[in-house]
Ligand binder design. Structure first.
Ligand SMILES: C[S@@+](CC[C@H](N)C(=O)[O-])C[C@H]1O[C@@H](n2cnc3c(N)ncnc32)[C@H](O)[C@@H]1O
Length: 192
């Protein structure tokens, strides 16, 4: 359901997000990734962050479930952006870092455990995973999209249950003007 929204509104969504200033979020994540390391941008949307990582000298793999967003991200980044979903992730100990900005928010709560396990498996030991979702406790349907909100405690517990250590956890306002949403952000490190 959420994916058809991105396919149908790809140009508007691209234009709304490609210029969003998330530099400080990327910096907090990159503090845990070695220079030139391999980063996965999971649910890359416009490709804004995949492009920034590639320009900064990281090796970047990027994918999105929306075919229309994949086309736009590939054109914007020049990368071979893949069309796939979190459920297709079969990597084992591949990445130094995984970036999942505002994208796991569409995963139903009862699928978060298996999804977190897949992300953890894709990380190298010592690798870092950034993720952000909207702050709250609700499971919501908004228009054509579903949202699974998390608060800090649930985020931390789910990450620890997946075998990760929370290195950083913070709440931010939306960077886009006029948005009242709050976001919970975290960087978690694979220790096992
Ligand atoms: C709110 S947008 C965020 C995009 C980008 N990460 C950003 O920060 O601008 C959510 C993106 O996640 C993608 N997405 C949602 N569910 C997904 C899934 N199960 N697998 C892969 N991508 C997914 C959507 O197609 C959409 O491009």
């Amino acid at each position: 359901m959420s994916i058809s929204y991105y396919n149908a509104n790809a140009d508007a969504y691209f234009n709304d997000t490609v210029g969003a200033n998330v530099n400080s979020l990327r910096e907090r994540f990159l503090a845990h990734v070695p220079p030139g390391g391999h980063i996965l941008d999971a649910g890359c949307g416009s490709g804004r962050d995949a492009r920034a990582f590639a320009k900064a000298g990281y090796q970047v793999t990027a994918f999105d479930a929306s075919a229309e967003m994949v086309k736009r991200a590939a054109a914007y980044t020049g990368l071979d952006v893949r069309h796939m979903t979190f459920a297709d992730m079969a990597w084992t100990e591949e990445f130094n870092g995984i970036w999942a900005c505002a994208t796991l928010l569409h995963v139903p709560r009862d699928e978060l455990g298996s999804t977190f396990a897949r992300f953890t498996r894709a990380l190298r030991r010592g690798g870092a995973w950034y993720l952000s979702v909207k702050h709250g406790t609700d499971d919501r349907v908004v228009g054509e999209r579903t949202f699974t909100d998390l608060i800090e405690q649930e985020m931390q517990k789910r990450l620890e249950d997946a075998g990760l250590s929370v290195a950083d956890l913070w709440v931010t306002d939306d960077v886009r003007p006029g948005r009242a949403d709050r976001w919970v952000n975290t960087v978690a490190v694979r220790i096992e």
